[in-house]
Design a protein around this ligand. Structure first.
Ligand code: SF4
Length: 418
């Protein structure tokens, strides 16, 4: 399909949020389900040539007209494996999309092993404002369990180098829910180290066992890789306490930030703003439709070189799906959803809300909005299941009990990968 009717200009409200999936990793981690392949110079050029075509395709479709680039996010994969020349080219390409809005937020994900003062300084010169480092843990046993190639010392050094290069919008990822010996003190130590560093943002991931990964094969053979529910909850709440003590706001189920340092790009996802994903496997949403590119560098690039549509699927959301999406996304955030959300008026949803308030899984924020409590975040999918009951099915006579913990960042109601 050419960039014709189905690729009509998106609604972007004049502010573009662009995600670029850089599909290269030095080595595949055993739990990872994101599309990625090994890096070499030939593949890098192949990727960048196709990316240029994809940007041109959307430009010809009118996607960027009248817009300003509000946030730009290079994720993956591992954008930091790009050569300096490759990074320069991708930066130039993205600069051609639209003029930058005032205070453009531009995030680049980095692996600790790629960190150097020269690399970070070059990113800053290009206009990058924010670095997100894939630390996961500082503990050797946990890093070994996760199949990560960096050491804890290297993760500390990488964070300090990014700060030294001038990044005060500096995020790290940490992972919990790992069935590793001595996990409780190691998790406490990870949190202590994280909050002793000059970071302003933390993304917290509960390990999920995704189909098709090496961990899924091990789990199928009987290996226990994640912790029991009670330990999961204890680890999550330990992280919440440590973040609070360090002055961080828990502004989204998996995200903590010092005041003024929330991720504006990710916040755009959670508030239902349109965003455009570029690169293989990248997801997009235009307020009405969502789509994903082919999860193959070759298939995505070949489609673009022949003028075909590089997308694997496009789906139009109906009012119910949009309602569920805004409910789910809103309940991920500390701001929650308006108490007048249409799905909260469906059937006996209000009775469920009242029960969730009584159980302290939901809280009223004081401005007519409803948000998850810390305990509620742990069972977000179950809360959604209970509220979604009223969309298709008749209401139950009594709300079902909420049980089982949902993995943060995962779950049935996840609508985008980033
Ligand atoms: S977890 Fe990150 S570094 Fe590991 S394979 Fe996946 S994208 Fe690459």
């Amino acid at each position: 399909m050419s960039a014709g009717a189905d690729a009509a200009p998106t609604r972007h409200d004049g502010r573009l949020h662009v995600y670029v999936h850089v599909p290269f990793c030095a080595r595949r981690c055993p739990y990872c389900h994101f599309y990625n392949i090994g890096h070499d110079d030939g593949r890098e050029s192949f990727f960048l040539d196709a990316l240029e075509r994809e940007i041109d395709r959307w430009r010809r479709a009118g996607m960027f007209e009248g817009a300003r680039l509000a946030t730009l996010y290079f994720g993956g994969g591992t954008p930091s494996v790009l050569t300096p020349a490759g990074f320069g080219r991708i930066a130039e390409l993205c600069r051609t999309i639209a003029p930058a809005a005032e205070a453009l937020e531009w995030t680049v994900e980095a692996n600790p092993d790629d960190a150097s003062i020269e690399r970070f300084a070059a990113w800053r010169e290009r206009g990058v404002t924010r670095v997100s480092i894939g630390v996961q843990s500082f503990d050797p046993a946990r890093l070994d369990f996760l199949g990560r190639i960096h050491s804890g010392e290297r993760a500390v050094e990488a964070t300090l180098l990014a700060a030294e290069a001038g990044f005060d919008d500096l995020s790290i990822d940490l992972m919990f829910n790992l069935e590793v010996e001595g996990r409780k003190p190691a998790w406490a130590a990870d949190l202590e180290t994280a909050f002793s560093l000059p970071v302003s943002h933390l993304s917290l991931y509960g390990l999920t066992i995704e189909p098709g990964t090496a961990f899924a094969a091990r789990a199928d053979s009987g290996a226990r890789l994640t912790v029991p529910d009670a330990a999961y909850a204890a680890e999550f709440r330990m992280a919440c306490r440590a973040a609070r003590a360090a002055g961080f706001e828990h502004y989204e189920v998996s995200s903590f930030a010092l005041p003024g340092h929330r991720s504006r790009h990710n916040s755009a996802y959670w508030t239902g703003a349109p965003y455009l994903g570029l690169g293989p496997s990248a997801h997009s949403y235009d307020g009405r439709r969502r789509w994903a590119n082919a999860s193959s560098l070759t298939a995505w690039a070949e489609a673009l070189s022949t003028g075909a549509d590089p997308r694997a699927f496009v789906e139009t959301l109906g009012p119910t799906e949009r309602g569920l999406e805004t409910l789910y996304l809103g309940l991920r955030t500390a701001e929650g959803v308006g108490g007048d959300h249409p799905l909260l008026a469906a059937g006996d949803a209000r009775a469920v809300v009242d029960a969730l308030l009584t159980d302290s899984l939901l809280r009223e924020t004081g401005d007519g909005r409803l948000a998850c409590s810390e305990r509620g975040f742990l069972v977000l999918d179950s809360i959604l299941d209970r509220l979604a009951t009223f969309v298709d099915d008749p209401p139950p006579t009594a709300p079902a009990p909420v049980g089982g913990f949902d993995n943060l960042q995962g779950g049935r109601y996840r609508f985008m990968d980033s």
